[in-house]
Write a protein that binds this ligand. Structure first.
Ligand code: SF4
Length: 371
């Protein structure tokens, strides 16, 4: 075991704030740092040493590990289950060892991320906390994730209509900074109260009939904005209200596979792996709520989301709701994605306008055949 632990982990959106907070509490004497910020170099590094056929999360994570090792990390953390992601840790560890790096690899996916395995790894790494204090740190992390996800969910729906540019983001940054500093549930309560007060003062000026788009797809592509060229921000800049259910809180506590399968009826009769069923169930919910469009994002080669695609196409036809399917890999062109997004936004804007004219002339429910 090295003298001083230097613990690092791959990026997943801004959740590094909470992961850092948790590991800092569990290992007070360790140096804790997320992998360096994602750049094109991260992608190139990860892709260079990855098998060609793996999906993008493998390559991005491997790039993160390589950059973290170069920054002095001696403990790397990996977790995730649900699809072949559950096997990626084994391969990533072997690739890194073959490259000559020496490190400890906490591979939670090997044990299907079971709490008992997590406990054992934490103890093996020398966590000095008693069990109740360890549980407290975990609870704080979970509650922090809930606070982050709640604010971001609300923000995505509202921020396109803010009257003061950057005002929602400023509150978000403050909340995240307070979460990073929180050492107890009491600190977190104070951070949440401060955020509630600041949120109440935020002003929006939405149009009478705002465009609303739901986002579904594989968890990594959805939650790591670098991997999807910041699709949500691009939509928001075009004045669109964005909804996305997928987040870490949803994965940990909100996911109910049986319910999702029921909610995706009649489009799916059986599971299609990972979050494919959620993508269909959430899309159907967006269609029923009258959303103007759906964006289905996935990593290139993602089997669960590929399996869900025919169901989504049927749903799009039956409910007359446009669905844009976007696939991402390390070679995807950012300009190509931007062009498709702009075209999609224009199309749903025209469709909505034509639908409203039709409703006013012929009564609600009549639609021109725009698909
Ligand atoms: S859900 Fe899809 S993209 Fe994510 S690891 Fe599994 S196969 Fe890859």
């Amino acid at each position: 075991m090295p003298d001083k632990l230097a613990i690092s982990f791959p990026h997943l959106g801004d959740y590094s704030v909470v992961f850092t907070q948790l590991i800092r509490h569990l290992f007070p004497d360790a140096r804790v740092f997320p992998a360096p910020p994602m750049t094109q170099k991260t992608v190139e590094l990860g892709s260079r040493y990855s098998p060609d056929f793996v999906c993008a999360p493998f390559k991005f994570n491997l790039g993160n590990y390589l950059e973290a090792l170069e920054q002095g990390a001696n403990v790397l953390v990996q977790t995730g289950t649900g699809c072949r992601y559950g096997y990626y840790g084994e391969l990533q560890e072997q690739i890194l060892r073959d490259l000559g790096y020496r490190f400890q690899f906490v591979c939670l996916s090997r044990e299907r991320a079971k709490p008992a395995a997590l406990y054992r790894h934490i103890r093996n790494l020398g966590c000095p906390l008693s069990f109740p204090r360890m549980a407290e740190a975990m609870l704080l992390a979970c509650e922090s994730i809930r606070a982050m996800d709640r604010y971001e969910y609300w923000m995505r729906e509202q921020v396109a209509f803010e009257t003061v540019p950057g005002s929602f983001e400023k509150v978000r940054q403050q909340l995240f900074a307070d979460i990073a500093q929180a050492d107890s549930l009491a600190d977190l309560q104070k951070a949440k109260a401060k955020c509630r007060k600041a949120s109440a003062a935020l002003k929006t000026d939405p149009p009478q009939h705002p465009l609303r788009v739901g986002i579904v797809g594989d968890l990594y592509t959805l939650m790591e904005p670098f991997s999807n060229f910041f699709v949500e921000q691009q939509l928001i800049r075009q004045g669109i209200s964005v909804s996305r259910v997928m987040g870490v809180w949803f994965l940990l506590f909100g996911k109910n596979h049986k319910q999702a399968l029921k909610d995706s009826h009649p489009y799916l009769g059986y599971t299609v792996g990972a979050n494919g069923v959620d993508s269909v169930a959430q899309s159907l919910a967006y269609a029923k709520k009258g959303y103007d469009g759906i964006i289905h994002m996935k990593s290139f080669g993602c089997i669960p989301e590929l399996n869900a695609t025919p169901a989504l196409m049927n749903l799009s036809r039956d409910w007359d709701i446009p669905i844009l399917h976007l696939s991402f890999d390390s070679h995807t062109s950012e300009t190509g994605v931007q062009t498709r997004l702009e075209a999609f936004a224009d199309m749903i804007r025209m469709k909505k306008e034509e639908g409203r004219i039709a409703d006013s002339q012929f009564g609600r429910g009549y639609r021109f055949g725009v698909h």
